[in-house]
Design a protein around this ligand. Sequence first.
Ligand code: SAM
Ligand code: SF4
Ligand code: SF4
Length: 370
Amino acid sequence: MLNALDTIPLIDLMAVSHMNYDQTSGLSILDQRGRPLRDLRISLTDRCNFRCVYCMPREVFSRDHAYLPSGALLSFEEIERLARLFVSQGVEKIRLTGGEPLIRKNIESLIERLASIRTLSGNPLDLTLTTNGSLLARKAKGLRDAGLSRVTVSLDALDDLLFQRMNDVGYPLASVLDGIEQAQAVGLTPLKINMVVKRGTNEQEVLPMARYFRSSGIILRFIEYMDVGTSNGWNMGEVMPSEQIISQINHEFPLRPLEPTVEGETAQRWAYADGSGEVGFIASVTGAFCGSCTRARLSADGKLYLCLFASAGHDLRALIHGGMSDQVISGEIASIWRGRSNRYSELRRSEVRPHTGRASGRIEMSYVGG
Ligand code: SAM
Ligand code: SF4
Ligand code: SF4
């Protein structure tokens, strides 16, 4: 896969002087559309122990797939260094992802490093992680002790057979539910559950999931199935619009809309009218939120992507390996962000070409993280 990716040539490094380095004055760097850099998603690996049908279909992600060699991954020291530089440019929230982040050995020591970082306003980072939950029961306490604030667990069904079919490795539901319970017990909260709804596959699980997580203190979020990458064979007919899910749930459990709490929030938040908690809807296809997208993504091999649907990244690892100073790398991050104009989901709506999910060169979700 990597061979198919182009890397955007970096600007002449010698030309980057501290003249265009943004001193951390507390002012945000803004992209071409006025969006500040606030969130960083760091992928720790492009590998996973699941083969979710919508993300890493096993026909494509076989044993022979060109995964990143371990020598190409950023070390924990390099991740911490880059994280600090991103924070110096305004990042306040870091989400670890993948692939499956919990399969990265000794992840706890990385979390310890990241938990010591303070934002420009002197606060701890909002440090979180998205996981398929398979290793969570075993790791929850260690993650919490290392300084992780909270977790998001992906779970697409409560029907064990369907769940096993969707993860396509026969992984049992009970182990993930156990992981969720352990995470909640050790205080990795507010815990969120992400459910990708794929029409024709798991839409019948919407109400059982809502019933199960209501009143649990856990926030369930429904995500529209997206045309990320080139391998999942996406088509619009398999997208279940958030609006339909809201109306389904509202029919059984009346809902009322909530105000967004943070800038750049992806989920529309709703509360159960009887006070039994909240649910979220991420309308990534039918309700593009590019206008408030404050997210940058760092791949496991150190490339900076400005959009989930980008086809090329900026090689920050090459800068580190080229011996560049913090000042130079930080200046480069700022200049890349300032040049950003991505708004794929907004454009998707107006595109004439029918979508088949086969756009060429696009990065995969498992490479750059959700
Ligand atoms: N392996 C971890 C997990 O599954 O939580 C982290 C990485 S996964 C790529 C991050 C999130 O992306 C998951 O919540 C997953 O359900 C979501 N995802 C993957 N492919 C998707 C797609 N085609 N459309 C919508 N969400 C997707
Ligand atoms: Fe793995 Fe997460 Fe993708 Fe599923 S969604 S295949 S668990 S990376
Ligand atoms: Fe952000 Fe790109 Fe998604 Fe738009 S399509 S919300 S710019 S990641």
